[in-house]
Design a protein around this ligand. Structure first.
Ligand SMILES: Cc1cc2nc3c(=O)[nH]c(=O)nc-3n(C[C@H](O)[C@H](O)[C@H](O)COP(=O)(O)O)c2cc1C
Length: 368
């Protein structure tokens, strides 16, 4: 089933294999996507759908060195080269729109200000990848540093972040992306509002479940109104505890979110199931509840093998399956999976920052 075409809203996907968003920190000065990035993504265009690495909607939304943005003219042009290269190889690509919230550092913020979040809570031990010595995105550069204490967002600041998401979504369409995915997962800003332990607000954006979901509702509605709900997906990570974000009642919270997103009528929900933090695989009942709550397309990611993907499709838990680390090391992953070929192992030391090494130089079996 993995190799059968799939209709995602108005888009015809050639297979059910997705390349999920993966930060690789290889943008250049000005956080502009490069020709090397165009080569990397186009090498992987045999995926049914590619979702770009997390792409900040504003300077404030950046948390790591050399992650690309999509709020300046140069950034739109940089991404334009990437989407053109992917489309030339018959690929389809969404941009993952990202605001990191508290997972940032004063050195990345305008005038050295504190990063922002739902509440002013420091997550001990949560580190960000920075270029404090200003070496640039070369080999071996960058260091991991504890994130900075955030300030609590005011309501007018929240509204302006929603406007930043809308601006970024329109820019993504101008840059040739086929749609956008809002990063509502992995402990970044949207999830900082959703999860009970990172949101201690007592106004309309905190407290009750409805209030904790308000930011997600407003940002998704605004982006869907701007570019069309069929071009919008949302990523969620109900059970991961990445970046110190946890919810006391994940099933209740995230199924309510899925119902709300269903009403907005977006194209898909992308569930980051297990990650590197060894979050548990989601129980079957949770997956079935997602199906019941959301009538659009579901994508799952997290330690999938071909066998687990086939099972998830056959059982009807998901429509599409994303393979993250396997795609880093295997540009021609669909070909390899279809032909039961051995997979290359990813070089973890080259995940963030650097050159084409461990990025665009993995062997491509389909060209041998
Ligand atoms: C190097 C790297 C960077 C990642 N960056 C992002 C990101 O920018 N946005 C996101 O939502 N998930 C990110 N992820 C998580 C992946 O999308 C995926 O959910 C995770 O790797 C689990 O899938 P896998 O086991 O197939 O690798 C990243 C993962 C890796 C390995």
């Amino acid at each position: 089933m993995l190799f059968q075409p799939f209709q995602l809203a108005k888009l015809s996907l050639k297979n059910r294999i997705v390349m999920p968003p993966m930060t690789r920190s290889r943008a250049n000065t000005g956080e502009v996507a490069t020709d090397l990035m165009a080569e990397y993504y186009s090498q992987r265009a045999s995926a049914g759908l590619i979702i770009s690495e997390g792409t900040q909607v504003s300077r404030q939304g950046q948390g790591y060195a050399w992650t690309p943005g999509i709020f300046s003219k140069a950034q739109i042009e940089g991404w334009g080269k990437v989407t053109k290269a992917v489309h030339e190889k018959d690929g389809l690509m969404f941009a993952q729109l990202w605001h990191v919230g508290r997972v940032s550092h004063t050195s990345l913020q305008e005038n050295g200000k504190a990063p922002v979040s739902a509440s002013a809570i420091l997550a001990e031990g949560v580190k960000v990848f920075l270029d404090l010595e200003g070496k640039g995105p070369g080999e071996g550069a960058g260091e991991m540093v504890q994130h900075s204490l955030p300030t609590e967002l005011t309501v007018s600041q929240i509204k302006s972040i929603i406007a930043d998401f809308v601006h970024a979504a329109k820019n993504a369409i101008l840059a040739g992306f086929d749609g956008v995915e809002l990063h509502g997962a992995n402990g970044y800003l949207i999830e900082q509002f959703i999860d009970s332990q990172t949101n201690l607000r007592s106004d309309a954006y905190g407290g009750s479940l409805e209030n904790r979901l308000r930011f997600l509702r407003e940002v998704t509605t605004a982006v869907a109104d701007a570019i069309g709900p069929e071009k919008v997906g949302v990523r969620q990570a109900p059970l991961t505890t990445l970046m110190g974000a946890t919810d006391d009642n994940p099933e209740e919270t995230y199924i309510a979110a899925a119902k709300m997103l269903n009403e907005i009528g977006i194209a898909y929900i992308h569930i980051a199931e297990a990650d590197w933090d060894n979050a548990p695989i989601m129980p079957v009942a949770f997956k079935e509840a997602y199906r019941e709550a959301f009538k659009g397309t579901l994508i799952y990611a997290g330690k999938y093998t071909k066998e687990r993907a086939d099972e998830a499709l056959a059982k009807g838990w998901t429509d599409l399956v994303a393979f993250g680390r396997p795609f880093i090391a295997n540009p021609d992953l669909p070909y390899r999976l279809a032909n039961n070929l051995r997979l290359n192992e990813p070089d973890k030391t080259k995940f963030f920052g650097g050159t084409g090494k461990g990025y665009t130089d993995y062997p491509i079996a389909s060209q041998n």
